[in-house]
Design a protein around this ligand. Structure first.
Ligand SMILES: NC(=O)c1ccc[n+]([C@@H]2O[C@H](COP(=O)([O-])OP(=O)(O)OC[C@H]3O[C@@H](n4cnc5c(N)ncnc54)[C@H](OP(=O)(O)O)[C@@H]3O)[C@@H](O)[C@H]2O)c1
Length: 316
């Protein structure tokens, strides 16, 4: 498995990380807990060391499952969780107030069954709480040894500048894939210049870049991914099918699944440390991990970019 250093930290992360939102049993429909635990363990067995979770996923349930999966296997893993989004039923509530942060971290440590979180990420900024209030609380927890490194997620450059005055920020987590290119405009060069690592989500376009979905696919009850990933709408979906022809051609050349081409395109980029890929079962975790053992050539990266320009940009 290829590893990259996470920003200016001393952590070396696998270029593919396990995403654990879908296994939390909410927003992605029902999931099978035993299979979810096996999926995480299979990813670890195949060389993945970065596991990303958050209290917001299933109101702590994803962290509990991660805790079960890593019991007895903690060594060498980078356990990444988040702070700042509380749940009220199906609602997500931004909260970075100090009292809330102190409670959140202790709950995360307990659910994960660890003494220290390797990468603690501010999930989203909280417009109602100034960083002057939030950051001293995080510094206190850092000094108490409750987390090793601080990262952010979904932050603007200006917000990163503000929080960096208090504590070193080693990474930014954001949406990035062949289909989601906003980040290339200025965030990617900014993070490279600042020496921060980027951890990507939606790397597989919520599954559409595996090529397995047919038009008008009806997701199971409770699977709401269409609400936050816009790839399944008719015209957009058709354009993605055109793009997938190029991915398929490259995948066939190597005898690999199409999903590998999509995942590898993400982590191959300078500045990207790890591509998170959400998993539901053992087979997906094993397959995704294997994408960290081979690389696309620069010519293939260009071919994919040309197909993106032709089919996706044109269709927007
Ligand atoms: N920081 C943030 O605000 C934020 C936001 C979103 C996500 N995240 C994190 O990033 C992780 C990854 O993003 P994501 O899960 O939203 O999207 P994603 O990784 O693009 O898509 C994950 C989905 O793709 C399907 N899949 C995975 N491997 C596959 C394979 N080999 N073949 C076919 N289908 C496969 C699975 O669903 P099906 O099998 O049901 O199709 C899986 O749930 C999350 O789990 C979470 O940890 C963070």
């Amino acid at each position: 498995m290829k590893l990259k250093t996470l920003g200016t930290s001393d952590l070396k992360a696998s270029v593919i990380g396990i995403g654990t939102w879908a296994i939390a049993g909410d927003y992605w429909g029902e999931s099978d807990d035993a299979e979810s635990v096996k999926a995480i363990q299979a990813g670890i067995d195949f060389g993945i060391n970065l596991i990303d979770t958050a209290p917001a996923y299933g109101d702590g349930y994803s962290e509990e499952l991660v805790g079960k999966a890593i019991k007895g296997r903690r060594d060498g893993l980078i356990i990444a969780t988040k702070v700042g989004i509380l749940r009220d039923g199906q609602e997500f509530i931004n909260c970075l107030k100090p009292e809330s942060i102190y409670k959140e971290i202790d709950n995360s440590l307990r659910r994960l069954g660890v003494d220290c979180i390797d990468l603690y990420q501010i999930h989203w900024p909280d417009p109602a709480t100034p960083f002057e209030d939030t950051m001293p609380a995080l510094i206190k927890l850092y000094e108490q040894g409750k987390f090793r490194c601080l990262g952010v997620s979904n932050f603007s450059e200006e917000q990163i500048e503000q929080v960096s005055k208090y504590l070193k920020i080693v990474s930014q987590q954001l949406s990035y894939s062949i289909l989601e290119r906003e980040t290339e405009k200025s965030m990617l060069p900014y993070c490279i210049k600042k020496g921060m690592g980027i951890i990507t989500y939606g790397s597989l376009g919520a599954g559409v870049l595996s090529g397995k979905y047919k038009k008008d696919h009806q997701f199971k009850a409770g699977d709401r991914r269409k609400e936050f990933y816009p790839y399944f709408e008719n015209d957009r979906f058709d354009c993605i099918q055109e793009l997938l022809k190029t991915l398929r051609m490259i995948a066939e050349k190597y005898g690999k699944p199409v999903s590998h081409v999509a995942i590898n395109w993400v982590w191959k980029h300078e500045g990207v440390t790890s591509a998170l890929v959400g998993v539901r079962n053992r087979q997906q975790a094993e397959e995704n991990a294997k994408a960290g053992y081979w690389e696309l050539s620069m010519e293939e990266m260009d071919l994919i970019d040309n197909a993106y320009q032709k089919y996706i940009l044109k269709g927007e």
